[in-house]
Design a protein around this ligand. Structure first.
Ligand code: C2O
Ligand code: CU
Length: 545
């Protein structure tokens, strides 16, 4: 493979959206940030300079970072933050994933504007497992706040209140023509009739799952999170924060119309408020006498906000491609069974201000532990054997007597413990992890992301996981491989992976408000016995906290 060098300078730049101008964090002055293009097998070296007034780290979401947790970028997990005026070099190797993934800041809410695409093309000399598309179209779904996004978590972290809702969703950084002052800049693309385009879709959205569709056009899904899928046709996709999808679009419709693409929220639970607006972009056909160019674009049909069935029908169709070139490696036998509950909680306020309901504050937890970020990075503490930074006693199983429906819970189970604990796995363990959503306070669909791994989603369902019945329905033949999986509302997901990437890896909900409340934990995978199965040595420029 080739080695690419890029320079990323994080700085504030003025951007105007929704009738007002503010300074936002950008990479090289761009929003959304630059697209990185590599082939599988390549290396990428990013020289990162922090010229902003905040601490920043960058994460390469969906890159396996084999044996190299030093460049994974989760703040206080893999490294200390890069302080204003400092720099750091990220070393990224593309060993496993292929397709569309992305990068984003991993510091507070900075990822709202600090994000961009990573396109991993097939290894040089090899081809896509589908006919070569005529062209590719990047589609980054995002969210825009009129306020400074760096001030938003303050409300959630410090007061336990609900974070402020966004003012718009965006397509490639633009809200689109349904929002005020946004018509001129609506994202537009011109396509040729009779071609196949590859849409490279990423959800950089902070707090909501989205439905996305294009008027009159079918979408063919061919990949998720950097892994190819068995192609299937659909009218819409459901994409969670953190996920990416490769989608083929055939331009086979009458060229004398314009067609909207649109996205809006999918929320399973109506309890919490959510941004109910719709973002749009426009597809136009080239070189046609556009008689109707003044008429408005055709509108796509999007499932309703609470269309859990539409979401489930889409998700149920995801399957790994499975060919000789793209085999799967689902551990057939499991030696390490893990079961984590994923919950929103209410806890007593200690001190003011306190902005949650009933005089309490929101928090969030896994197995009843609400994650507290340490003051030096866990990877450094683990590697150098520094005690007192994190505990190795994350519970492998939920607290006893746990009632997933949230009914009849004793007070001590309603209230999580705060702590910085990691789960330690042996090298090469065959792991099954059940993620069980609970309704302790409210139900929600949690998109859970694991760093350092592409896991197989072997099963999922609604209600409580049944350890006798549910494993009988597992798909061990062609389960989809993902790095972010949505736990359905009040339901469960079963994932499997082999712990063959030593290091320190964050596992967290990719809804930013839940992460701000503590819905995270850390998985430490020990070194193997041979030199090729150990963590690489740290780089020279590791920052200090
Ligand atoms: Cu997309 Cu921990 O992140
Ligand atoms: Cu969540």
């Amino acid at each position: 493979g080739k080695t690419h060098h890029r320079t990323f300078v994080v700085k504030s730049s003025p951007y105007t959206r929704l009738c007002s101008t503010k300074n936002i964090l950008t990479v090289n002055g761009k929003f959304p940030g630059p697209t990185l293009k590599v082939h599988r097998g390549d290396k990428l070296i990013i020289n990162f300079y922090n010229k902003a007034e905040y601490n920043i780290t960058l994460h390469w979401h969906g890159v396996r970072q084999l044996r190299n947790p030093w460049s994974d970028g989760a703040e206080y997990i893999n490294q200390c933050p890069i302080r204003p005026g400092n720099n750091f070099t990220y070393n990224i190797q593309f060993t496993t994933e292929e397709g569309t993934i992305w990068w984003h800041a991993h510091s507070g809410w900075a990822r709202a504007t600090l994000h961009g695409l990573i396109i991993v093309y097939p290894k040089l000399g090899t081809a896509y497992p589908f006919p070569k598309p005529y062209a590719e179209l990047p589609i980054i779904l995002g969210e825009w706040w009129k306020k400074n996004v760096m001030d938003i978590p303050g409300n959630a972290n410090k007061t336990g209140g609900e974070p402020i809702l966004s003012d718009a969703y965006t397509i490639n950084g633009q809200p689109g023509d349904l929002y005020p002052c946004s018509k001129q800049e609506t994202f537009r693309i011109k396509v040729k009739q009779g071609k196949t385009y590859l849409l490279r879709i990423v959800s950089a959205v902070m707090d909501e799952n989205l439905f996305f569709s294009i008027a009159k056009h079918k979408l063919t899904l061919v990949g998720t999170d950097g892994f190819y899928t068995k192609p299937f046709q659909t009218n819409y996709i459901m994409i969670t924060p953190g996920q990416s999808m490769d989608v083929l679009l055939e331009t086979n419709q009458p060229p004398n119309h314009q067609y909207y693409m649109a996205a809006r929220a999918y929320v399973s639970a109506f309890g919490a408020g959510f941004d109910r607006t719709t973002t749009t972009g426009i597809i136009q056909y080239q070189n046609t006498h556009n008689h109707n160019s003044s008429s408005s674009p055709l509108i796509p049909e999007l499932p309703l906000y609470n269309a859990t069935r539409a979401s489930a029908e889409f998700t149920r169709r995801l399957r790994s491609l499975v060919t000789k070139e793209y085999p799967i490696e689902v551990p057939p036998k499991v030696d390490t069974h893990l079961f984590f509950t994923v919950s929103i909680n209410l806890v007593n306020c200690t001190g003011k201000p306190c902005r949650g309901p009933f005089g309490k504050r929101f928090s969030a937890s896994m197995n009843n532990i609400s994650f507290v970020y340490p003051s030096i990075d866990i990877l450094g503490a683990y590697y150098y054997g520094i005690n007192g930074v994190f505990g190795r006693n994350f519970p492998e199983n939920p607290p006893k007597m746990y009632d997933y429906t949230g009914k009849n819970l004793p007070e001590n189970l309603l209230t999580p413990e705060f702590g910085t604990r990691a789960l330690v796995l042996e090298y090469n363990a065959s792991v099954e992890l059940i993620l069980q959503g609970t309704n302790v306070l409210a139900s929600d669909n949690h998109p859970v992301h694991l760093h350092g791994y592409g896991f197989y989603v072997v099963g999922w369902g609604f209600g409580n996981f049944d350890p006798k019945k549910d494993p009988l329905g597992y798909n061990l033949v062609d389960p989809p491989r993902e790095t972010t999986v949505g736990i359905p509302d009040n339901g469960w997901v079963a994932i499997r992976f082999r712990a063959d990437n030593p290091g320190v890896w964050l596992l967290h909900c990719h809804l930013e408000r839940h992460q701000s409340w503590g819905m995270s934990t850390v998985i430490v995978v020990k070194d193997g016995a041979t030199p090729e199965t150990k963590i690489l040595p740290p780089p020279d420029d590791v920052p200090k906290c």
